[in-house]
Design a protein. Structure first.
Length: 185
């Protein structure tokens, strides 16, 4: 089993990237191969449909499409920006979704996570992302709630690990839910 993982934040010190690393370690603990994609401000250009129409989709987009296609599932850990999905993540999904006949998310299992330093917990970003993945891109979104944490900074030690075993267990339970769904085929 192979899971493609990426965060919806472009920040190097992203809390979502840190918690995604913990999730990746849980996947590996369960014998899953992790393919980690690091979204940065330079990963892909701003979406331009003219390039899609001209058959000139940028190579980094084509490469990532292939990685989505090869993955048994895609795990996205995203912050919330202005009660929705961060623009860079939406931009990436827009690129990957075109042209519609070459949408690698069709029928793909996807799972969602998100953390904030503040009180929000990313719930509205998760709903927006679920809508894009499940409705527009025809993905199979993991049933049940996304894994979300508010005030996550208080929960991580300087090395980026959870201070409390109970918090680590909640993450492990979520990853086990994802792997359980993967095993159903
Ligand atoms: C443009 C912008 C909009 C934001 N909007 C929200 C929001 O709607 N809800 C929320 O909980 N946090 C919001 N935040 C705060 C982010 O949750 C916080 O910056 C978080 O640490 C970003 O995730 P990262 O550390 O993975 O980059 C916003 C931050 C930015 C930069």
């Amino acid at each position: 089993m192979n899971v493609l993982c990426f965060a919806g934040s472009t920040r190097a010190e992203s809390l979502n990237k840190k918690v995604l690393k913990l999730a990746e370690a849980e996947l590996q603990r369960l014998g899953v191969t992790v393919d980690s994609f690091d979204l940065t401000d330079a990963s892909v250009p701003v979406f331009l449909d003219d390039l899609v129409q001209a058959g000139k989709i940028p190579q980094p987009v084509l490469d990532l499409k292939e990685r989505v296609r090869k993955a048994d599932a895609v795990l996205i850990c995203t912050p919330e920006y202005n009660y929705s999905v961060p623009g860079p993540l939406k931009n990436l999904l827009d690129w990957l979704s075109r042209p519609p006949k070459d949408n690698p998310f069709k029928g793909k299992l996807t799972a969602q996570m998100g953390v904030t330093g503040g009180m929000g917990g990313t719930l509205q970003a998760q709903n927006a992302l679920r809508h894009v993945l499940g409705v527009a891109l025809f993905a199979w979104v993991l049933p049940g709630p996304a894994y979300t944490w508010a005030k996550v900074m208080d929960k991580l030690d300087p090395s980026g690990a959870f201070k409390e075993a109970a918090d680590q267990k909640q993450l492990a339970d979520f990853i086990e839910r994802l792997v359980g769904e993967l095993k159903k085929g």
